[in-house]
Design a protein around this ligand. Structure first.
Ligand code: FES
Length: 316
């Protein structure tokens, strides 16, 4: 996969409105016939004119590299990026877009795959479902939304996926509703689960899979989980060369590191993209991100949002 630091100027070739207040955008390179390859679960950074960066999953076909497709849900209470995209982006526009990155890869394992999507969380899951279908692997997709009318990309799912592998669950259609605890109470011994959706959905799946073995549950979140928001405490970072970087209570570790002259890439600055990830050599992190796996939490750190107790020695 190409370096995420590459920023490409891509042209919007088409947009279309989808249910759920979603704008689907097709992007092509103006000069190159093929874009950098991507795997199901990958996302790109879209750089907005105000300098902000937003991450969007690639929901098109990974075997068609003539274009990327992203789907942007308009968030009324968001930070403004999706509203700008809905209002300003049209065919012919140019958008600066990073090369794809993947923090949500499909494990290359035999055995069945369970895919769960809540609302706009369907975007990475759709690419996964397509890939698994193409590979002839056993897969079931459960898609949860409030109603058919509010289900992003429903028409794509109905048109492109095998209806025998897709279960649609709408809150306003009692006969389709499915309780997550019941659905996930049992599992095939070799099953892998992937899920993505809004915070309430993520928390519900997390609870319902508490008994699934380590390494079998994978997720991607759009926002960090709701967590105990006790006032942050100051802490100290030490670097490999012995430099001491104090992190004040009202400053992020990322900001403190930058102020100390440490060059760290960052993108979302909200703990969801993984760009600023670095290694831990010693200490007690307080993880607040939505990107590291349980395993990675033992030795990796997300300085844009996570904190620590006492002194944290980073591999920087
Ligand atoms: Fe996105 Fe830190 S910049 S996780």
């Amino acid at each position: 996969m190409a370096s995420p630091r590459i920023i490409m100027k891509l042209t919007v070739t088409a947009t279309r409105k989808e249910s759920g207040d979603v704008l689907v955008i097709d992007l092509k390179h103006t000069r190159k016939p093929l874009l950098p390859p991507f795997e199901p679960g990958s996302h790109v950074d879209v750089h907005l004119p105000d300098g902000k960066v937003r991450q969007y999953s690639l929901c098109g076909d990974p075997t068609d590299l003539s274009r990327y497709t992203i789907a942007v849900k308009r968030e009324e209470v968001g930070r403004g990026g999706s509203a700008w995209i809905h209002e300003a982006v049209a065919a012919g526009c140019m958008l600066p877009v990073s090369a794809p990155r993947n923090h949500f890869p499909l494990a290359q394992r035999e055995g069945p795959t369970v895919l769960l999507a809540g609302g706009i969380g369907i975007t990475p899951i759709l690419a996964m479902a397509r890939a698994l279908e193409r590979q002839g692997k056993t897969c079931e997709l459960h898609y949860f939304t409030r109603s058919r009318a509010l289900a992003p990309l429903l028409s794509v799912i109905e048109r492109e996926l095998d209806c025998n592998t897709v279960w649609l669950h709408f809150d306003d259609e009692p006969e389709t509703r499915q309780d997550l605890e019941t659905l996930l109470s049992t599992r095939s011994s070799d099953a892998q689960l992937y899920y993505c959706g809004p915070p309430g959905f993520m928390a519900a799946v997390d609870r319902a899979t508490a008994h699934w073995p380590e390494g079998t549950v994978h997720f991607e979140a759009f926002q960090p989980p709701e967590q105990d928001r006790a006032p942050p405490e100051p802490f100290t970072i030490t670097l490999r060369d012995g430099t001491v970087v104090p992190v004040a209570a009202d400053t992020s570790a990322l900001a403190a590191l930058r102020a100390a002259g440490v060059l760290l890439m960052a993108s979302c600055e909200n703990g969801v993209c993984g760009t600023c990830e670095c290694g831990i050599l010693e200490g007690q992190p307080i993880h607040r991100d939505a990107v590291l796996s349980k395993d990675a939490r033992t030795h990796r750190f997300i300085p844009c949002i996570s904190r620590a107790a006492g002194v944290l020695r980073l591999d920087l």
